[in-house]
Design a protein around this ligand. Structure first.
Ligand SMILES: NC(=O)c1ccc[n+]([C@@H]2O[C@H](COP(=O)([O-])OP(=O)(O)OC[C@H]3O[C@@H](n4cnc5c(N)ncnc54)[C@H](OP(=O)(O)O)[C@@H]3O)[C@@H](O)[C@H]2O)c1
Length: 321
């Protein structure tokens, strides 16, 4: 069969032949892949930089997707980290890690939206006891996952959603998605401090997609601005597009009711993630969340990789009809 094949962590996947998959376990089945999202997580899988990488090549990238099973059902599936991912004409899924989608579902939309939406959905539903009416700040709100986080937080009952990002033009579009206020980031902590509104200073939960310097700068600005220093503030680290390491000031942890945790593969049990799939897939199938998506045929995967590095759209590879 044809697949996107990574033969070196230094080069983009190529459209090439790959051995046909064979289902082995009782719960395994081969699906014809219709759509597979090219998420940042997939890029880091393909270049070997993700923390789950085992360094084994060749591999077919893709951590999730939508496919047709032998009974004709349309399924959204999540794959275990393996050398056979979803960017292939066919792949093997564990049906326990999948959900049957209702007829009429747009497979490209589901493949685009599940991963970015899951990041905030799981963080708010599985990593903390999130209470309706709480306020949420999304750090990195203009990315695909950040834009989803704004919508997910509102759907889950957040009272205030503060969208924080560095791009003023894109930030201005976030109130239309449900943000109740915006915060323009700046490398200078005092500039950020001057822009904090009351909702931001009293925020309960931060969903952090950036980490690196922007996280440290926001903390430096935010902690002294809190009227009640011991008011609980839960900082959930989800992504690290701005840096794998953040210079967090030690005083931030002493001077406030700050708890820092993360949400991702490993910090949430797989069964808890799987339990959330049906409801989230249902919301996406109904069109609850908006995402800007572009479908690209599997044969053009190499070009798609180059485009993904500079595109704001979520690219979805479409091996099948
Ligand atoms: N833990 C999980 O469960 C989970 C699940 C899904 C995704 N993630 C992670 O979440 C992160 C974001 O994913 P995504 O799908 O939203 O990616 P994306 O669509 O590529 O968006 C990335 C965003 O990061 C912003 N950005 C990049 N460098 C920045 C910097 N130095 N300062 C400020 N902003 C910066 C960009 O801002 P501009 O708009 O200004 O360019 C862009 O909006 C990734 O690290 C991804 O791996 C984690």
């Amino acid at each position: 069969m044809k697949a996107a094949v990574v033969s070196s962590f230094d080069t983009a996947p190529r459209y090439a032949d790959f051995p046909d998959p064979v289902a082995a376990g009782r719960d395994e089945t081969v699906v014809s892949v219709i759509a597979a999202g090219l998420h940042p997580r997939v890029r880091s899988q393909a270049n070997g930089s993700h923390y789950t990488s085992a360094g084994v090549l060749p591999l077919v990238p893709g951590i999730d997707g939508v496919g047709r099973d032998p009974d004709g059902n349309l399924r959204y599936f999540v794959l275990e980290d393996d050398t056979l991912g979803s960017m292939a004409e066919r792949t093997v899924i564990d049906t326990r890690r999948s959900v049957v989608l209702p007829p009429g579902t747009d497979p490209v939309m589901v493949a685009a939206a599940m991963n970015p939406a899951m990041s905030s959905w799981i963080a708010l539903r599985q990593r903390i006891q999130f209470t309706a009416g709480s306020s949420v700040l999304v750090l990195g709100a203009t990315g695909n996952a950040g834009r989803m986080a704004v919508q997910v937080a509102r759907l889950l009952g957040a009272g205030q959603v503060i969208a924080a990002a560095r791009n003023a033009e894109l930030l201005a579009g976030l109130p239309a998605l449900g943000a109740t206020s915006t915060l323009l980031l700046d490398p200078d902590a005092s500039a950020v401090a001057g822009r904090l509104d009351q909702a931001a200073t009293e925020v309960d939960v931060v969903l952090d997609y950036l980490w690196g310097q922007p996280a440290a700068t926001l903390l430096t600005a935010l902690i002294p601005a809190r009227a009640d220093a011991s008011r609980p503030l839960t900082w959930i680290e989800i992504g690290s597009v701005a840096g794998q390491v953040a210079p967090i000031p030690s005083a931030a942890l002493r001077a406030a009711g700050l708890q820092m945790i993360g949400s991702g593969q490993g910090s949430v049990p797989a069964r808890a993630i799987l339990a959330e799939l049906p409801e989230l897939a249902g919301e996406i199938s109904q069109g609850t969340f908006g995402i800007d998506v572009r479908a690209v045929p599997l044969a053009d995967v190499e070009q798609a990789w180059a485009d993904a590095a500079r595109s704001r759209q979520r690219i979805v590879i479409t091996p099948g009809p």
